[in-house]
Design a protein around this ligand. Structure first.
Ligand SMILES: C[S@@+](CC[C@H](N)C(=O)[O-])C[C@H]1O[C@@H](n2cnc3c(N)ncnc32)[C@H](O)[C@@H]1O
Length: 224
């Protein structure tokens, strides 16, 4: 396929026009496996900002072998979840796409990670306040309209007292055009993660080189 990002954008546009904001992800994963093209966000490696965060927190407050329960949102093909399991977390990772979750199972047979098909917009009640570390990369930005705010708030609600949410997203200035999917987050949208009682503990605003360069938020939130 010549332009897989444009194809994903077209699937998104058609699904959203039908009022289905999540149905296109599984279509894209299934097509990718059937036709052998790479989805733009799939790099089969852990997120570098998660790697950095874990390295920075390797010795101090998280020195113990058992680091608690972790949740990986929109886990895709599972690399972030596997890294967290290797680092001592008890990990639940989920995606709305059954095809993506099936691929996690086939890539990591015997994994310690619990993989599940679930929609972050309608999370199981038992996830509320249940996770010591929550990792979200690039899920809010692939959702449109009101689903973005609902997604951020739903993710934040899973963080346990004393827990941490690390969120990574493309960013844009308020005055910039929304652009094409993936739609970068404004600072106001990032602040939606704070709504259910989280505080912003650290915010990196990075610009990755490229043509064009890609600005991102890397935000650490904590619940008191
Ligand atoms: C841009 S991809 C990022 C995947 C992975 N987090 C990464 O960084 O490589 C967004 C992922 O979120 C999943 N997703 C989208 N909407 C979701 C929802 N409402 N609930 C759960 N997963 C969702 C998609 O299927 C896709 O795997």
């Amino acid at each position: 396929m010549a332009d897989t990002r444009a194809h994903a954008g077209e699937l998104a546009r058609e699904a959203i026009a039908r009022g289905d904001v999540t149905g296109w992800f599984d279509t894209l994963y299934r097509e990718s496996e059937r036709d052998g093209f790479r989805i733009s966000w799939v790099d089969l490696a852990p997120n570098p900002y998660l790697v950095d965060w874990l390295a920075a927190h390797a010795s101090a407050e998280h020195a113990s072998a058992a680091r608690g329960r972790a949740l990986v949102v929109g886990c895709g093909y599972g690399d972030d979840a596997e890294l967290l399991a290797q680092r001592g977390f008890d990990v639940l990772a989920f995606d709305v796409s059954p095809a993506a979750v099936a691929r996690c199972h086939s890539r990591f047979p015997g994994s310690a990670v619990e993989y599940a098909v679930a929609d972050v917009l309608t999370p199981p009640a038992e996830w509320a306040g249940a996770f010591d570390f929550v990792f979200e990369a690039y899920t809010v930005q692939v959702l449109p309209g009101a689903a973005r705010r609902a997604c951020a708030r739903s993710i934040a609600a899973t963080v346990a007292p004393g827990g941490i949410l690390l969120a990574v997203a493309r960013s844009r200035r308020e005055e910039d055009a929304e652009g094409l999917m993936p739609w970068p987050l404004t600072r106001a949208e990032l602040d939606e993660f704070r709504a259910p009682g989280l505080a912003l503990a650290k915010l990196l605003e990075v610009v990755e080189p490229g043509d064009p360069p890609v600005p991102r938020f890397v935000a650490e939130f904590r619940r008191a």
